[in-house]
Design a protein around this ligand. Sequence first.
Ligand code: NAD
Ligand code: UDP
Length: 318
Amino acid sequence: MRAVVTGGAGFLGSHLCEALIARGDEVVCLDNFLTGDPANVAHLMEQPGFRLVRADVTDYVHVAGPVDLVLHFASPASPIDYLRVPIETLKVGSIGTLHALGLAREKSARFVLASTSEVYGDPEIHPQPESYWGHVNPVGPRGVYDEAKRFAEALTLAYRHTHDVNTGIVRIFNTFGPRMRPDDGRAIPNFIRQALAGEPVTVAGDGKQTRSICYVDDLVRAILAMAGSSESGPINIGNPHEIAMLDLARWIIELTASDSDVVHIERPVDDPTVRQPDTMLAARLLGWSPEIPVEEGLRRTIAWFREQDERHAFTEPP
Ligand code: NAD
Ligand code: UDP
């Protein structure tokens, strides 16, 4: 198998590249490093089957030779990232998806779109099944991400129906693990970085809003299952383990044995109040369900953040 991973130098993309290489596939990783980092795939550079190409998928994408699989993961994903680069976010979700689909069509490859639970917006149905149309504010600040992904889903289905491309859509719920940038602004890396530094842990609003959090290894298994199937989706991928942000902050403080306090900061506009995947379709169609308990995932992620701190302390001049 020869796979192209767009956004392959990002958090999820780098784990996917690693898993594909580990099972013996060849991988072409396309990334413009907008929010990713070549360091995330540096350990793969010695592998003969791995190629990293600096490319912007909103430009025409050309890959020489056969391609069996296109995993389209390029897009800023953290709210502070996509609010910083709103136009790039809309472009990669629209024009970038068009090019990634064009590549899959040209090569007769299976195509998997990384969509998101954000297509449900601030949901009025809980938990969210794939049949729910969502509650998105198109002109709110998060609209640049949510609407780009909703457009990407529509375009993916248009390519399936018009050009017979073997497409699949996964709606990914909050996923965490090693290689999240400590400054990427999402709750889990923020809380871990702050707790490890003994700084106040910043909880937005009263912290009663919930998310359901999935460890990255479970997510990777799901994406490989989707890639190996011919399911069209959309299929929710996430761990139904739902937790309020205040409880998550306290849990991370406890797991890091930190003496940080919690401070409350302003809640972002249109911040969803609840979020939990209905994962029945993933179980039935892909035989997938998450296996790694959230506490185990948090422990592994904290250990990785600690290692990064130690490495930087060792390499930075005094
Ligand atoms: P990330 O920011 O770590 O990775 C995104 C990668 O895409 C980065 O390496 C970035 O440089 C690259 N990129 C952005 N624009 C590009 C362009 N025009 N051309 C080439 N590369 C480009 O984010 P992530 O958390 O790894 O998310 C990856 C994908 O999964 C995104 O599509 C995101 O919407 C989706 N997703 C992630 C989550 C999650 O919890 N992590 C949840 C839902 C959906
Ligand atoms: N959040 C928080 N403190 C932070 C960062 C985020 O309380 O330092 C909250 C945020 O307002 C949201 C939840 O944590 O309610 C999850 O935010 P994240 O950015 O991780 O994911 P998303 O909102 O995209 O699901």
